[in-house]
Design a protein around this ligand. Structure first.
Ligand SMILES: NC(=O)c1ccc[n+]([C@@H]2O[C@H](COP(=O)([O-])OP(=O)(O)OC[C@H]3O[C@@H](n4cnc5c(N)ncnc54)[C@H](OP(=O)(O)O)[C@@H]3O)[C@@H](O)[C@H]2O)c1
Length: 338
């Protein structure tokens, strides 16, 4: 896949947070960006971002939990922009609460948006990419898809599920020797609006577990994955790498560690009253002036770069340089000895 000519890109969950930052980044490359989410005000703001950055935007109000809406949006994208080159699944919701305090309907809704929403997007994209045998699908995953934490059972279940079904689809594409690629970008904690609008039954304000990265770090990783979707997974941030590797090595130790720390690390000291508005069933950015943008309320605590991402991006050239340095050192040593 070339990165020079403008592409047709679909981003779900594009009205806020990571999807919003990714949409803008695709716009900066001149791409045609279809923006899927529910909130009209957020979508309008996202379209302005994309156009101001140099891309072309198409807003498509869509509830990702409803496959018919997703499929209709995909048809509209191809009617307007032509074949979809890249589909990025981002849209999600959650409930911050102990499992026993989540109603069955709430758990189902989180699963329908955060898990089946990714399934729907993947189905709509593949149905169109298959006949052309070309395209890339990028799933925005999470370290919590490898290692679950307390107070987010529905979300962690969805994120684990995304890894499972994506792995299965990937093996089918490999079996078919397909030129369509599907990859997952496993994200760290990010400063997005979710902590202000997700349904929460916690006594204090929810927060991402530090270290917290800015959504632009995630956006850069999504663009890289869209350019190189042959890779099975991308890990963003040292905290993601440590979480995934830690889970592989000592899952029971992490169970006890998270039991001890996971409640307090996910809340600030600021009390929150019951009944704060949430976006589980309806969008919150649906009224004029209610656009939340890409960033959440933790700008002062967030990092806008990731050395781990830089290292992974430059791993090949670094290993070549290290190899060359070792060879040169070896030659110098041999010469010295002789
Ligand atoms: N923030 C983090 O710490 C973090 C960490 C790891 C991974 N992630 C992943 O990053 C992705 C985005 O998270 P975020 O933090 O950016 O979330 P966010 O700020 O809450 O944004 C969520 C986006 O999804 C959309 N959305 C919610 N329900 C929808 C529905 N039913 N149909 C269509 N769109 C819907 C929202 O727009 P509307 O409400 O307007 O529809 C919004 O555009 C998720 O997949 C999440 O798992 C986030």
């Amino acid at each position: 896949m070339t990165t020079t000519s403008p592409r047709t890109v679909v981003v779900t969950g594009a009205s806020a947070g990571i999807g919003r930052a990714a949409a803008r980044a695709f716009g900066q490359r001149g791409d045609r960006v279809a923006l899927l989410a529910r909130g009209h005000d957020g979508l309008r703001g996202a379209a302005e971002d994309v156009e101001a950055a140099g891309g072309t935007a198409l807003t498509l109000p869509t509830d990702i939990a409803d496959f018919e809406q997703v499929d209709a949006a995909a048809t509209k994208v191809e009617d307007t922009f032509g074949p979809i080159d890249v589909w990025v699944n981002v849209a999600f919701t959650s409930v911050f609460a102990p499992f026993t305090e989540i109603a069955p309907a709430e758990f189902r809704r989180v699963t329908e948006v955060s898990y089946l929403g990714f399934v729907h997007g993947t189905m709509a994209a593949l149905a169109r990419m298959k006949s052309r045998d070309a395209g890339a699908i990028v799933q925005v995953g999470s370290a919590l898809g490898a290692r679950a934490i307390p107070l987010q059972s529905a979300y962690c279940g969805a994120k684990h599920g995304i890894n499972g079904f994506t792995e299965s689809v990937r093996t089918e594409l490999l079996h078919d020797r397909s030129n369509i690629h599907i990859t997952v970008v496993q994200m760290p904690a990010l400063n997005t609006p979710q902590f202000d609008w997700v349904l929460s039954r916690l006594q204090r304000h929810p927060q991402p577990v530090p270290p917290i990265y800015q959504p632009e770090v995630a956006a850069r990783a999504i663009l890289r994955a869209a350019d190189h979707p042959e890779r099975k997974q991308y890990w963003v941030g040292a905290s993601t790498a440590l979480t995934i590797l830690g889970q592989r090595l000592m899952p029971s130790v992490l169970d006890r560690y998270l039991a001890r720390t996971g409640y307090s690390s996910q809340q600030t000291s600021e009390p929150v009253g019951q009944g704060r508005p949430n976006n589980l069933w309806q969008p919150l950015d649906d009224r004029p002036g209610s656009d939340r943008g890409a960033h959440g309320s933790f700008d002062d605590r967030s990092i806008d770069h990731s050395p781990q991402v830089w290292l992974s991006r430059h791993a090949r050239s670094l290993s070549v340089a290290a190899g060359a340095a070792l060879t040169a050192g070896g030659v110098a040593l041999i010469r010295y000895r002789h």
